[in-house]
Design a protein around this ligand. Structure first.
Ligand code: NOJ
Length: 586
């Protein structure tokens, strides 16, 4: 989730005055080991992870909501072991736990079970083993900053000031009444989902704190019992065979011990941006808690986590990275369609991450407008939008780092339009002039499997409308079209699987003589790759740097046709409009 105040981070370009930076090879230890023969403890580095929003992926029982059975039935799309599937390495499931859905699963009422609408624990076990049979790892979404207000821990906590759960959440007395008789709140903290971060509870006659909705009370991570209970959650799912976790807003777990008010700031995005968030997140105690969690995860071997940083700072993101523990920073996801903007973003990330920290690359997720929509604003035609989606895919899948995809992006799926007045997304229902909010339903439309009513997603009434272009843009149709966005994703992901330099290599951004062309080289031992991405809708003449091996380049994947002889690249090359080329040393 990307909080506002991007202005501070917009100045990232200062970190790399030239806009390019040379990064040495980071994968020395793995250099001479072919991917296929490796004991794959490094899968978290070269992985392509596919995010499934369970409500929207595939409905196995016809009730209009996606479920585990539906996901299991569609695993062949993700990886059936052949290049006619996507070939991804892992699935990240957005929350599947019982939830009253005030924030669509991100308000958990029981960490150890499966919501009956998604299936049962037995369905989960079947899903994990079917995934593992296909070589797919399973990553669960852990929402450990807050629970649902209907979680039994919170119900017990609110019921008594001195019961065993009394201190499991962040409770405070009101410091008194204002002149108008209103109960004053413990401090000035705000909820990211609008309004104050404190809600009065009539039973306990105290305020409780919530970074998000009042229906999502924040847990008290300073209480050792809470920490032990949460570590038990982590352990239980590891025992059930999962391979990793995505940690929802992990840097918010701890708040200032004295609950001091945040200093005020000038911001242009509503009340949240009118303070500096120095006391309601990023506290020093976080480091120790993360170490404990990492030690637990690492004790199982071959597992990973990816943390969702609730902040825009790429420097802060990089600071939290550790082996097997990735962090989402949001620089790529907030960069508009421009080669020079991406060049600067990539350079800034490389400076922040340095050679030893491994990035997580992402262009779309369940909180943001889909990138095929973002990159095709202002009257861009459907065909051109698809061409841009392919260039973006080439970038996502060849940049240094683990690649995270969002379901449907392999089709170039666009946002649907849902007015705030029709929204399910709770903050969208609370939107106002002072609280502008992009309705997240719009990027959560049912997966487009085939044409026709329900789009192959459901035989019932889908919980959100299927995409209006479902009959043209769907898995069945694009599977049969060699030039489709889907076919391009498949080619690239399989190329990445078979080419260690794309999964593991170091990276150097290079200038090729045209500002609209983003170019970089990857290097691993004595193999290299060259990526040329023309962001412009005109052709571009570029200089091709010599391959370090001295052997020259051959095209391994391209959005455009090349005859066999042209497979070998000369010292100059004309890229077609919106052409992406991935070349390997011959
Ligand atoms: C981040 C999640 O990505 C988002 O969907 C959710 O609303 C918030 N955390 C609150 O849990």
């Amino acid at each position: 989730m990307v909080p506002p105040e991007p202005r501070r981070e917009r100045s990232y370009a200062h970190m790399s005055p030239t806009g390019t930076t040379k990064i040495p090879d980071v994968a020395r230890a793995l250099q001479n080991e072919p991917l296929s023969q490796r004991r794959d403890d490094g899968w978290w580095r070269h992985a392509v992870v596919y995010q499934v929003y369970p409500r929207s992926f595939a409905d196995g029982n016809g009730d209009g909501l996606g479920d585990l059975r539906g996901i299991t039935e569609h695993l062949d799309h993700l990886n059936d072991g052949t290049p006619s599937s996507l070939g991804v390495d892992a699935i990240w499931l957005s929350p599947i736990y019982p939830s009253p859905d005030f924030d669509f699963g991100y308000d958990v009422a029981d960490y150890l079970d499966v919501d009956p609408r998604f299936g049962t624990l037995a369905d989960f076990t079947a899903f994990v083993s079917a995934s593992h049979d296909r070589g797919l790892k399973v990553i669960l979404d852990l929402v450990l900053n807050h629970t649902s207000h209907l979680h039994p821990w919170f119900e017990a906590s609110r019921s008594s000031r001195d019961g065993p759960y009394a201190d499991w959440y962040i409770w405070r007395d009101s410091p008194g009444r204002s002149l108008t008789g209103r109960r004053r709140r413990p401090n000035n903290w705000r909820s990211w989902f609008r309004g104050p971060a404190w809600t009065w509870d009539e039973t306990r006659k105290q305020f409780y704190m919530h970074t998000f909705l009042p229906e999502q009370p924040d847990l008290n991570w300073r209480n050792p019992d809470v920490r032990a209970a949460l570590m038990n959650v982590v352990r239980t799912w590891l025992e059930r065979g999962v391979d990793g976790f995505r940690l929802d807003v992990f840097n918010v777990y701890f708040k200032d011990a004295m609950l001091r008010s945040n200093p005020l700031a000038i911001g242009r995005r509503g009340a949240w941006s009118w303070q500096r968030h120095v006391h309601d997140r990023d506290q020093p105690e976080l480091a120790d808690a993360l170490l404990e969690m990492r030690a637990l995860v690492d004790s199982y071997g071959g597992k990973m986590t990816v943390g969702e940083l609730f902040d825009n700072s790429v420097v802060a993101a990089a600071a939290h990275v550790a082996p097997h523990h990735l962090i989402f920073d949001w620089l790529l996801l907030t960069t508009p369609w421009s080669a020079s903007r991406f060049r600067a973003a990539i350079a800034a990330r490389e400076v922040a991450f340095g050679p030893d920290r491994w990035p997580a690359n992402v262009l779309s997720n369940h909180d943001q407008s889909r990138h095929a929509t973002r990159f095709a604003k202002d009257g861009v035609s459907v065909a051109e939008g698809d061409a841009r989606a392919k260039v973006a895919a080439a970038m996502l899948l060849t940049l240094r780092g683990a690649a995270f995809m969002y379901y449907g992006e392999e089709l170039g799926m666009r946002d649907i339009v849902v007015a705030n007045s029709q929204a399910f997304d709770p903050p969208a229902r609370r939107a106002s002039f002072l609280f502008p909010w992009w309705n997240r339903d719009q990027s959560r439309a049912p997966m487009s499997w085939r044409g026709g009513p329900g789009g192959g997603f459901t035989t019932g009434r889908p919980w959100l409308p299927v995409s209006p272009d479902v009959s043209d843009r769907n898995v069945a149709r694009q599977s049969a079209e060699p030039d489709s966005v889907l076919s391009f994703y498949r080619r690239l992901i399989w190329l990445r699987r078979e080419t260690p330099v794309l999964g593991e290599g170091g990276q150097e951004v290079i200038e090729v003589g045209d500002d609209d062309v983003l170019a970089y080289a990857r290097r691993l031992g004595d193999s290299s790759a060259l990526v040329l991405l023309n962001f412009a809708s005109r052709s571009a003449r570029v200089q091709v740097p010599p391959a370090a091996s001295g052997r020259g380049w051959r095209i391994a994947a391209s959005t455009h046709e090349h005859d066999a002889a042209a497979g070998a690249l000369g010292p100059t090359l004309t890229l077609g409009p919106l052409e992406a080329i991935v070349a390997l040393d011959a």
